[in-house]
Each structure stands twice: as C-alpha cells, then as structure tokens.
Design a protein around this ligand. Structure first.
Ligand SMILES: Nc1nc2c(ncn2[C@@H]2O[C@H](COP(=O)(O)OP(=O)(O)O)[C@@H](O)[C@H]2O)c(=O)[nH]1
Ligand SMILES: [Mg+2]
Length: 269
C-alpha cells in the first residue's frame, strides 16, 4: 500500500501553515488520520502538532549567528534546507514505515527553493522513494487578484513550480472570506484565468507600448490558455464545505481511497 503526501507550497503569507492546521482539524472531524511535518526552518509559530519539525534539526537563526558561515536570512534558509537534504535519515525515522499514512508537509515560502535550487524536487523524489504519492498544493493569497499584474506574475510562479516539480498539482486561492463582495462575484473568471482576462487591463498586453514585451506577455498568456493548467480552487479555512471540496480534489489527485475501496470489493458478487 502506498502512502500519501501533500507538499504544501506557495509564497510567504499565502496561508500554508494555517491551511495545514485547518486540514488536520478537518481530517479529525471526518475521522481520518493525517499528520503534519514542518519543513520551514524559519517558522516562528504554527497551530498544529508536527510529527517532525525541521527546527529540531536546524534553525536558521543558529545558521545566521554562525560567524564562519556569515549568511543573511535567505542564504541561511537555503543552507538549512540543504542540511536537511543531507540528513534525510532523521526525517525517515520520524516518518516511520506505516503504510497508508497521509502526511502534510509545510514548506518555506521562498520560490527559489523550487525554481532555482531544486531542493523541493529532490525532496519530492525522496518522498516517492519512501512510497509516498505526492500532490503539490500551491497556495496563492486571493489579495493578489485585485491587481492583475500581481496575479499574472503569480500564475507564472505557479507554472514554474509545476514544470520544476513534475508532479500532480492543485492550485488554491486562499482567504477568500476576506474578499470584498464585488471581487467574490468576479471569482469564477479569476479561478480559470484566460488570456482574455489577463489582457483586459494589463499594460504588458497593450500593443502600443513595446512590441517585444507585448509578444512575450501574449506567449505566456497563450500557455495559460492552451494547457488549462491554472484552474484555482477557492479556499477559506473558515469554510468547512470548501475545505471538503479541496480535500476531495487532492485525494483524487493522489488516488487516496482507491486501494482501500478495491480491496473491499467482493469479486464474486
Ligand atoms: N481570513 C483568513 N485568514 C487566513 C486564512 N488562511 C490564513 N490566514 C491568515 O494569513 C496569515 C498568513 O498565514 P500563514 O498560514 O502563516 O501563511 P504561511 O506563511 O504561508 O504559512 C495569518 O495571519 C493567517 O491567520 C483564511 O482562510 N482566512
Ligand atoms: Mg508558515
């Protein structure tokens, strides 16, 4: 039997740790067992119990205080993550060998870890080697949709994440309880962004500016259109129904429950 993992990624403040805490509570109410692991070495507080916490292994502040290393916050973070990658047996032991486990992994918000250093890719491969089926859960704060250029940049970041990790991915637009009513009404279009939506207001889609930039922006928008990669699901941790819908989509992505159902079927009948 496989194990199941949600690798929860997204910019700092997008709601990753809160989502994990809420998912654990939701699982408990639905009588499902799920566990969480914190992989953010710079985390200050989070509202869930973690079966493993990278800060037990290494803390960015200690790295930063190390005068031999002389790192700033970002360098220290990359160092801490590399340290984890070189000491994965620590995590393997914490994860145990229980089949059918379902684990949520909280991660740091720096996109470089996915896009540039490939650390997340290495980590995902490691999970797969432990027989985990991994779904990447990409979180984006819904405040970004009030500014189309921020939204467009975020779509590109989500695309980079998808291309780099090469794993099934579910995109979530978080904190929608905070959206003003007019934006809530326009949400349908936003959740499935098209090049038409993007070209409505964005300066980079105005031809009279710079032809080369215009063509570049169009090319990106075309990718978003052609591959329908960027469907977002709305989420608010205050909304049980939305939490449930999102969990269903993620479960579907990693085929959670299928093995259980199949083994329960009586072939003769
Ligand atoms: N209103 C509201 N606030 C949220 C929601 N999810 C997260 N937040 C808030 O957003 C802030 C950042 O969340 P956090 O989980 O720390 O983000 P992280 O940096 O991605 O782990 C916190 O103040 C959370 O309370 C939500 O669904 N609704
Ligand atoms: Mg966090």
């Amino acid at each position: 039997m496989p194990r199941y993992a949600q690798l929860v990624v997204g910019p700092a403040g997008s709601g990753k740790s809160t989502f994990i805490a809420s998912m654990l509570t939701h699982a408990e109410t639905s009588k499902r067992s799920m566990y969480a692991v914190n992989l953010d070495p710079a985390a200050e507080v989070f509202n869930y119990n973690a079966i493993a916490d990278i800060r037990e292994l290494i803390h960015v502040e200690d790295v930063m205080e190390d005068t031999d290393l002389n790192f700033g916050p970002n360098g220290a973070l990359v160092y801490a993550m590399e340290y984890l990658m070189n000491n994965l047996e620590w995590l393997t032991e914490k994860l145990g060998t229980q089949e059918d486990d379902y684990v949520l992994f909280d991660t740091p918000g720096q996109i470089e870890l996915v896009s540039h250093f490939g650390l997340m890719k290495t980590f995902a491969k490691y999970l797969e080697s432990l027989n985990f089926r991994v779904c990447v859960v990409f979180l984006l704060d819904s405040q970004f949709i009030s500014d189309m250029s921020k939204y467009f940049s975020s779509l590109i970041i989500s695309l980079i994440t998808l291309i780099n990790l090469e794993l099934p991915m579910v995109n979530l637009l978080t904190k929608i309880d905070k959206l003003p009513d007019d934006q809530k009404k326009a949400l349908e279009d936003i959740l499935e962004p098209s090049s038409d939506l993007l070209s409505e207001d964005l300066p980079c889609f105005q031809r009279n500016r710079n032809e080369r930039f215009y063509r570049l922006s169009r090319a990106f928008a075309q990718i978003i259109d052609n591959y329908s990669l960027h469907k977002f699901l709305p989420i608010s941790v205050l909304d049980e129904d939305l939490m449930n819908d999102v969990l269903l989509s993620i479960d579907n992505c990693i085929q959670w429950g299928e093995d259980i159902e199949v083994s329960g079927i009586d072939i003769d009948s």
